[in-house]
Design a protein around this ligand. Structure first.
Ligand code: 4AD
Ligand code: MG
Length: 430
């Protein structure tokens, strides 16, 4: 008998099949027992009729606790009343692993209880939908870059120096020396772009974020494209195309999951090209026009980004930031020494930054000055400065945060639900 996945059930109308999964729910009305299985791809109602199934199987019903693992066989038929539209008439059932009383029930649980049981919580309907959407976001962003001819180059995780500021470094002992977990693969990406043209890295980034927010985790994943002979506008063009591709792919392949978590798809469908591009200074004007006090030159916090992100009904780019609020590697605006050619991409509905990048400083001397001004160790950046000594070119790139993107696409309140095992300030278990 053919073992099938529940997601493919409609192809087996009238056929005998086997499914392997877990018990999601059950109910009984005398001689008719209903069970709902899940197998990670969907949910299927099975029915056991006293007269159609041998007693040894019928009696197993009482042992089927929530999350008991089971193999079931039977014939599939369409039934509009069943969740998913199909039902299995069970003629065989086997318990693979018994289940103790399951700690997560259908009733409301507090967040800290759910987080402590994250290894079990991820089995729930909403969490599996989010994880499938995350998988598609990653798949789509890589697919997009691969199709455009970008070469994947993995950046190291152990690094000798900071990329995104020294305050959020995770220090590790590296055989007696200090090393740091990577905050971004960007600097290595720049070297790779000089070797291969258009490249990207995809991997984890680590930041010792000491504030508790709904949009920061200490371990997150970035897709980081880096392009040789590209300016800041080229980078924004690629970011725009990539995000549109991601949204289209999620709608195309994960529409059911979006529905299941209650996400309104029409809003995502509106996110077509072009996205608005405003300068930092224009963004400040918008913030002030809403009656909020803000001093030019300061960095935007979450509330400021929220204002901008609510002002537009699509993702929006902010570019040309003050030098002080951005990292040392950003190229100065040739028209205004106070600005750098960096950008952030903000998601609508108040979500704010999901990607950041820009044009890199290609001038050796300017870069040396910026490293010194930022109190970073020149020694550790010697290799990086070499890139400006041997055929330096204009180049640009950005990093798209997977968790931030998933949080917005799924319209989640908190970033913790965007990864299977999120790492936060207060939690490293399970
Ligand atoms: O804006 P960031 O710090 O930029 C960089 O790391 C660049 N070096 C990327 C590049 O140009 N190659 O981080 C990039 C993105 C942010 O826009 C955000 O989506 C995500 O990474 N991010 C975080 N996501 C979750 N938790 C955190 N603590 C994050 N910090 C950054
Ligand atoms: Mg940023």
């Amino acid at each position: 008998m053919k073992r099938i996945w529940i997601k493919d059930i409609s192809m087996y109308d009238g056929k005998e099949v086997e499914i392997r999964g877990w018990l999601y729910n059950k109910r009984s009305s005398g001689k008719v027992k209903f069970v709902i299985f899940r197998d990670g791809t969907g949910y299927l109602q099975g029915v056991m009729l006293k007269n159609n199934i041998s007693d040894k199987y019928f009696d197993l019903f009482d042992e089927l606790n929530i999350e008991t693992s089971v193999i079931a066989k039977g014939s599939i038929h369409e039934d509009k009343r069943a969740p998913g539209g199909y039902e299995m008439s069970i003629n065989y059932i086997e318990i693979i692993g018994k289940a103790n009383e399951y700690p997560i029930s259908k009733k409301e649980h507090g967040v800290s209880f759910l987080m402590a049981n994250r290894h079990l919580w991820i089995r729930s309907k909403k969490q599996t939908a989010i994880l499938r959407i995350r998988s598609e976001v990653i798949n789509a962003s890589r697919d997009f870059l691969n199709k455009r001819g970008f070469t994947l180059v993995d950046a190291p995780i152990f690094t000798p120096a900071a990329c995104e500021g020294t305050t959020t470094l995770f220090k590790v002992d590296y055989f007696g020396d200090d090393a740091f977990l990577s905050q971004s693969g960007q600097l290595y990406n720049e070297a790779a772009a000089m070797a291969l043209g258009n490249v990207y890295c995809f991997g984890p980034s680590f930041r010792a974020e000491k504030s508790k927010t709904r949009r920061h985790v200490t371990e997150f994943w970035q897709v980081e494209p880096e392009m040789a002979y590209a300016d800041v506008n080229d980078a924004m063009n690629v970011a725009e195309d990539m995000l549109v591709y991601i949204i289209e792919s999620v709608i195309k392949y994960r529409e059911k999951d979006l529905e299941n978590i209650g996400r309104e798809i029409s809003i995502l469908k509106k996110c077509t090209k072009p996205f608005s591009r405003i300068t930092y200074t224009e963004a400040v004007d918008i913030i002030k026009s809403k009656g909020v006090d803000f001093k030019w030159g300061e960095d935007f916090g979450a509330p400021h980004e929220e204002i901008i992100a609510l002002h537009f009904d699509k993702p929006v780019f902010i570019y040309k930031y003050p030098v002080e609020v951005k990292a040392f590697y950003m190229k100065r605006d040739p028209d205004n020494e106070k600005l750098v050619l960096g950008f952030d991409l903000l998601a609508p509905e108040g979500y704010g930054e999901i990607a950041g990048g820009g044009q890199r400083e290609e001038n050796y001397n300017t870069l040396v000055n910026r490293i010194e001004e930022s109190n970073l160790p020149l020694d550790a950046f010697k290799w990086y400065l070499d890139l400006r000594k041997y055929g330096s070119i204009p180049h640009s790139g950005f990093g798209l945060g997977i968790e931030r993107t998933v949080r917005w696409i799924c319209k989640l309140h908190h970033i913790r639900e965007t990864s299977a095992f999120p790492r936060t300030l207060e939690r490293i278990y399970p």
